[in-house]
Design a binder for this molecule. Structure first.
Ligand code: NAP
Length: 253
């Protein structure tokens, strides 16, 4: 690849929240960005924000937990934008409940979107990265990986993302591919808004209460996470692999 050729990045779950901020940031770094989410039409806003700023992006509809859809989406990206050599596995869902009330479906949905989705997307992209002898994978973990009441499914999936990441780093390093994990704390998105609703608090009050527990005394923004992802996906981060970076406004116990 010549130094002037733009690398192609796939960001999953990029219609909104952390994924949208990451897509915008990677485009600003000079990547061509595949804005991928369940509903292709929902990606329009992110794509327009990127193109309005002079970047290149296209929308792709895909359920990352579906093997055929994941494979087909990666091939569409390769055909329309070029070989994807940056992958951000960001798509996520919550199905919170205490263990005794958690359904089989709550467990399976969370495992399927986070873990199976990251597996399917990474497997589909790896040959493009191996061919290019260069690649960057970033997997979204969470501070919940350390354990969080009401989230046995999500905590297990997010801890699993860390093991998945470290194993990718060991298997793929010899092909010039790095894999790292970013583990956000409290970030203001629809996901945390839905948690506030579930616990019966106004979102502003919920954020204010969370901020008092965070050393930097504020909650995070999607751009805070996008900044960390931009570092790991950068050309200069080639000797940093298998790491987990907490983006949480302070250390976690
Ligand atoms: P969000 O606002 O809820 O956005 C998640 C996006 O993922 C949505 O656009 C959603 O689409 C999409 N998605 C869900 N299932 C999908 C599937 N099967 N295939 C493709 N796309 C799918 O969430 P967020 O807060 O930005 O979180 C992004 C990531 O960061 C997640 O992995 C989350 O677990 C992690 N995280 C977030 C926080 C936080 O405080 N917000 C903290 C730690 C970790 P629909 O809208 O159609 O459902």
């Amino acid at each position: 690849m010549s130094s002037t050729e733009q690398r192609v990045a796939i960001v999953t779950g990029a219609a909104r929240g952390i994924g949208a901020a990451t897509a915008v940031r990677l485009a600003a770094e000079g990547r061509k960005v595949a804005v991928l989410d369940l509903d292709e039409a929902a990606c329009k806003e992110t794509v327009e924000q990127i193109t309005a700023a002079g970047g290149t992006a296209a929308a792709f509809g895909c359920d990352v937990s579906d093997s055929e859809q994941a494979t087909a989406a990666v091939e569409r990206v390769a055909a329309e934008l070029g070989a994807p050599t940056v992958l951000v596995n960001n798509a996520g869902v919550l199905r919170d409940n205490l263990l005794f009330k958690m359904s089989d479906a709550d467990w399976d949905t969370v495992m399927n979107v986070h873990l199976r989705g990251a597996f399917l997307m990474t497997r589909a992209c790896q040959s493009h990265m191996v061919d290019a002898k260069w690649g960057r994978v970033v997997n979204l973990s969470s501070s919940s990986a350390l354990g969080n009441r009401g989230q046995v499914n999500y905590a297990a999936a997010k801890a699993g993302m860390q093991g998945f990441t470290k194993t990718l780093a060991k298997e793929l390093g010899k092909f010039g591919i790095t894999a790292n994990s970013v583990a956000p704390g409290f970030i203001v998105t629809d996901m945390t808004a839905s948690t506030a609703e579930r616990v019966g608090m106004g979102f502003e009050d919920f954020q204010a209460a969370a901020a008092t527990q965070i050393p930097v005394q504020r909650v995070g923004r999607p751009a805070d996470v996008a900044n960390a992802i931009a570092f790991f996906t950068g050309d200069d981060a080639g000797f940093v692999s298998g790491q987990v970076m907490y983006v949480a406004g302070g250390p976690l116990n």
